[in-house]
Design a binder for this molecule. Structure first.
Ligand code: BTN
Length: 257
């Protein structure tokens, strides 16, 4: 796979631009490997309909378009490839150790450093692309985040001595993404799942699972199933979590972010 980076100063959202490119593509043209990046996003999108703050020049906001080589039901597994790639790239480029929280948050010192939004975009009856949107906070100071995020969000600059070269970080992530996607397609989910679990902050920990603000259950995060869902051991048995938010139980017994 060869990456083709398309840069914009400002976009509403790199995921929306990727969708427009796919919808407007001419016959015979392939967008596989196209990467859309923006200096700022005016309508950055998060998971579950949330907003993703993406001010000018403070972070890496980009979307990689991929034509998956797996059946549509397995497309969500690419978000694990993305999370592992970001973790590995940050270790290489910034010398920082992140952890992963299901489904695909990247945490630094327990705070959210990076979010991943994977969208499936069909373009014919049988063919589809995925848009892997990745947002990494790079330069913000604590006070640059909106008040409600200040205790929950992290940037690389908050914890790294190094000045981060953003284009170089993007290149390192894309190299890793090529590796993890190729591995997923050639060897299936098992090796990637093992890598994800090695970076994970939640396996074996007590978690609370919420959907749209309501707690569904609490229990021990036991494993990741082969379809990417999270398996949580509760008092009533093993629960399979597909679309939700997960919080870790802190030492004081409260559930944090
Ligand atoms: C999350 O809620 O954790 C996912 C956040 C994803 C943000 C990235 S920034 C680049 C891309 N474009 C968007 O509008 N969203 C994603």
């Amino acid at each position: 796979m060869h990456w083709n980076i398309v840069r914009f100063d400002t976009l509403d959202s790199t995921n929306l631009e990727a969708r427009r490119m796919i919808q407007n593509q001419s016959t015979g043209q392939s967008l596989h490997g196209t990467v859309v990046t923006a200096g700022q996003q005016t309508g950055g999108k998060g998971r579950l309909g949330r907003v993703w703050e993406s001010p000018s020049g403070t972070g890496l906001w980009f979307t990689a378009i991929i034509q998956p080589q797996v059946p549509m039901e397995q497309a969500s597994l690419y978000s694990f490839a993305a999370a592992v790639s970001v973790a590995e790239a940050i270790r290489q480029a910034a010398d920082l150790q992140v952890t992963l929280k299901w489904p695909n948050d990247v945490l630094l010192n327990g705070k959210k450093l990076c979010g991943i939004l994977l969208e499936l975009i069909p373009y014919s009856k049988t063919e589809y692309y995925i848009a892997i949107g990745i947002g990494i906070n790079v330069r913000q100071r604590k006070e640059d985040f909106p008040p409600e995020l200040q205790e929950k969000a992290a940037s690389l600059a908050m914890f790294s001595e190094k000045t981060i070269d953003q284009p170089a970080l993007l290149d390192t992530i894309l190299q890793q993404l090529k590796r993890t996607c190729t591995q997923l397609e050639a060897q299936g989910f098992a090796p990637l799942r093992d890598q994800w679990k090695a970076w994970s902050a939640i396996i074996g920990q007590e978690v609370s699972v919420q959907q749209y603000g309501n707690v569904l259950y609490t229990g021990i995060a036991e494993d990741i199933a082969m379809d990417g869902s999270l398996l949580v051991r509760t008092a009533d048995g093993l629960q399979r979590v597909t679309a939700a938010d997960v919080s870790l139980r802190s030492k004081d017994g409260t559930y944090g972010f």
